[in-house]
Design a protein around this ligand. Sequence first.
Ligand code: BGP
Length: 485
Amino acid sequence: MKEKGFPKDFLWGASTSAYQVEGATYEDGKKASQQDVINKDSYEKFGFATAEIASDQYHHYKEDVAMMKEMGFSAYRFSIAWSRVFPDGTGEVNEKGIQYYRDLIKELKDNGIEPIVTLYHYDCPWTLVEKYGGWLDRQIVKDFEYYARYIINEFKDQVKIWTTINEQSIIVQYWTQKCYIPEELLDGKHDQLRYQINHHMNLAQAIANKLVHELVPGGIVGAPLGYSCIYPLSAKPEDVMAMQNAQALRNDYYTDIYFKGIYNKAAQTYLEEHGLAPIIEEGDMELISDPKAISDFLAINYYASECAKWCEDDGSHTMRWSGVNRSGKKGEIDGFETHPGFYQMCKNPLLDTTDWDWAIDPIGMEYLLRDLYNRYNKPLMITENGLGAYDTLTADGKVHDDYRIEYLRGHIAACKRAIDKGVELLAYCPWSSVDLLSTSNGVKKRYGFVYIDRTDDDPKECKRIRKDSFYWYKKVIESNGEELE
Ligand code: BGP
């Protein structure tokens, strides 16, 4: 009988992404990425911090790695900023930029921490956006290959676990947050471009998979996907069908590419009928389905489960995309994704939510792990999971984040139950190692084990302070996931 619980070589750690944590946007030769531009705009519109300093990890990486070691991390998942290495996207490498990642990776390895590298996390070099619109244009696939080949070659001996393009599913839903999209494309008539961007990313991730398989001895590679399990609002057959449709378009549309090299039929048919399907050129599907381009594992970013209900086709063909809660007050989400005649997302009345309306659901984690493993039979890892919350620094310099501990405890227990039911889970890297810039809500929405003493308006010194969850997670890791209380 297999022993129960987390395997001995299980990887424990946490995640971040370059533009959300590094800062030093224009230092040592780095040029802007689209996120530097988008975040400057949200500073002006909503008062959220810019990416210029973020958590200043660029200057604090040694201190941050020391804290990871103190917690007992065996892995750290982070991304490389394309515009730090190639400030203009292609051409000459920026020596100081690549040196930063050499130093960071060395620091991690010296401390016994396995680097899990993400090649791309929303931060397309701005020069490429100016040149041809970034991911809107197919040229990006070639430029991405140039960048990815360089990075994979550079680190092929030190980095064995690679993840490709972060959260294609979320990029489709929130394209203006995750990509720079010019105003004139926002009238709803250009929504096909969401799926065109996604198709370009499918080609790019296929190339990256091939490169890892060809260049990295013993390397494994997979996509980090924003993935939520979806429940039907009721047991009404129409709602259950809506759930299946949502599952096809929001989830299987991506995982079928990664593991089977095909576009999910139900989803693709829906997109074709509504003029949303991407243009696929000759040879594209051959590349995507090449055995060397198939992922070795899925890296899952899971925060919340979702709920779907039936939505009559009113003939209007008007769809809407996922809403967002900008205020951080429960209930102020500004709408739900709607596809008349296919499905509509809705609030799950049975679940509590975060202040930003994300449903809190540890059982959803167990459900999706078992479901994905049963359907694809490939190893899985958790590369994001966490609770965005307002944290308070108390007078005695502490942060009592018992709500975060409760959230993580539930999700780790869910991972354990899934493992006990046979799921091959390789790693748990929640979001995030330190507090950082949220993609949609500034720095006041915090996720870290380490508090970064700054506000949206004032970066102060970005002093690092261990939260209660830091000490709790240390014990979890020490006991290999047995001690959750
Ligand atoms: C994921 C992203 C991360 C991270 C996280 C939390 O979608 O991969 O970059 O930010 O969500 O989301 P938010 O920052 O919007 O709270």
